[in-house]
Design a binder for this molecule. Structure first.
Ligand SMILES: [Zn+2]
Length: 483
């Protein structure tokens, strides 16, 4: 058992005024009526996730799972436990705005994209994924990722959320219903093989389908609906999308989703589809146009409609280059937080690259320059990885994504907002998540180095606090399997 900073608990010299204020409401009483202890983290530099200036010698005051107050000059009530975090930095827990529980990050996980079924049959990969859900959830927390937005898939995306809710050492999971595509079933099935007989992509071929799909999302308690508008550079595909009326389908979906308070997010890789989707009213885009430079029309539309864009930069080099060349630029946190067996699989020899690798692998530079153009134009960005895709382990790949976005020219200060508050906004959950502010869930990280100096310092994780419960980061690392 490691103690770290928690060996330094001491009783605070109290302040009666805050206590009096607190007692007037129901804040001190839990559901049972019992008083939950108050904990004060004192002395760190607070970077609260809103983009505000860092606050030195700050106090973050918690009760149970919630933040009571955060900032300078906060009085600590008598009887509160005080944790001395002087010399450290506090930032909100990271939120990955694009993950899939259905994929493991192993090289066998998307046979339609990289076919290694002769080594690991897809049924075996599915079993691996299903049996590793708790480990996967814990690996998010190990990397300081306290929130994850599932971008859809089969029912495991929901069962992973339900398992996460029963665990303390797991991120909060917010689901997208979908992904939905405006293509007939037979095509949807070719893009993704079935999962235990279940279709992964939902085929929407009419506005009526779209309305039923939004209702299904609400019934599943999803936070978002997700669609994909992607012709993969194929004229035939494009004709099918137009023939089925993908725009009318989106119009109906966006209107119906609004009735249930669901956010709408869409996968795009081209400028034209991205622009049309924003005109139709989507809330966010997953990936970004990479067929051509983003133009002024696209940028002003994104700004005017307050669309959040999730560039997913890391996959281009890792999945479509490094997995083929076997020259990996691995982060230490990927090695310490990935489930054993994930990184090892990346060394498996690969068949020659397939269509997707050609389609996306070549777009790395355009993705970087467009991401920077969006940033410079003042468009809101969030940070998402597509974790679970081959080469991207759950949790740790968030740091790879941050590194790539930083290399593209986005400064650490804005990346912290993108990876916390803006990611929470994609799911419509910024009322309770994404920043270290009064009234929000107490999800934050204690770092030994200043992340404003260098984004890699987000990896200098000492403690991960999830809903008020503190974990020594080393205790969250997966244990090696017994030989
Ligand atoms: Zn994805």
């Amino acid at each position: 058992m490691r103690h770290g900073i928690f060996g330094k608990f001491r009783s605070a010299i109290g302040s009666l005024s805050l206590l009096a204020l607190l007692s007037s409401g129901d804040l001190l009483a839990g559901a049972s009526g019992a008083m939950k202890p108050i904990v004060a983290y004192q002395g760190a530099t607070l970077i609260d996730g809103t983009g505000a200036d860092p606050v030195q010698n700050a106090t973050v005051l918690l009760q149970g799972s919630k933040i009571l107050a955060a900032g300078a000059d906060i009085e600590v009530p008598e009887g509160a436990s005080v944790v001395d975090v002087s010399g450290r930095w506090v930032v909100p827990g990271l939120i990955d705005a694009h993950i899939h529980f259905m994929t493991s990050g192993r090289i066998y996980t998307r046979p339609a994209m990289m076919d290694l079924r002769h080594i690991v049959p897809y049924e075996d990969e599915i079993k691996w994924v299903e049996s590793h859900v708790p480990d996967t959830l814990r690996s998010f927390l190990c990397a300081g990722v306290t929130g994850a937005l599932s971008m859809g898939g089969p029912s495991i995306e929901y069962s992973a959320r339900d398992q996460a809710e029963k665990m303390t050492d797991a991120p909060s999971v917010f689901n997208s219903h979908g992904p939905a595509v405006a293509v007939p079933n037979f095509l949807a099935e070719r893009l993704f093989p079935r999962w235990n007989g279940e279709l992964t992509l939902k085929s929407l071929t009419s506005p009526e389908d779209a309305i039923a799909f939004a209702r299904e999302a609400a019934a599943n308690n999803a936070s978002m609906v997700k669609t994909a508008v992607d012709d993969r550079g194929s004229m035939l595909f494009r004709l099918i999308l137009d023939w089925l009326g993908w725009e009318e389908i989106h119009e109906a979906l966006i209107a119906e989703a609004a009735k249930y308070g669901l956010k709408v997010t869409s996968h795009v890789h081209t400028l034209e589809y991205g622009r049309r989707l924003m005109e139709l009213g989507v809330d966010s885009l997953q990936h970004l146009p990479s067929d051509q430079p983003v133009d002024e029309k696209f940028l002003s539309l994104a700004r005017a409609k307050d669309v959040i864009i999730v560039p997913t930069m890391a996959l281009h080099k890792r999945t479509f280059e490094e997995l083929y060349t076997k020259e990996f630029e691995l982060l230490a946190i990927e090695e310490s937080c990935s489930i054993p067996g994930v990184i090892q699989s990346w060394h498996e020899p690969l068949p020659p690259s397939k269509d997707d690798a050609d389609y996306l692998g070549s777009r790395r530079e355009m993705v970087a320059s467009n991401t920077l153009a969006l940033y410079e134009a003042g468009v809101s960005l969030a940070v998402g990885t597509d974790a679970g895709l081959m080469g991207l382990s759950h949790g740790a790949s968030m740091h790879l994504e941050l590194k790539r976005m930083n290399e593209a020219g986005i400064p650490a200060r804005d990346l912290i907002v993108a990876a916390t508050l803006n990611s929470a906004k994609v799911a419509g959950k910024d009322d309770l998540y994404g920043s270290v502010e009064a009234g929000k869930f107490a999800d934050f990280l204690i770092l030994s180095k200043n992340p404003l100096n260098k984004i890699e310092n987000l990896q200098a994780l000492e403690t991960v606090v999830k809903h008020g419960k503190a974990f020594d980061q080393q205790d969250l690392m997966p244990s090696l399997p017994a030989e």
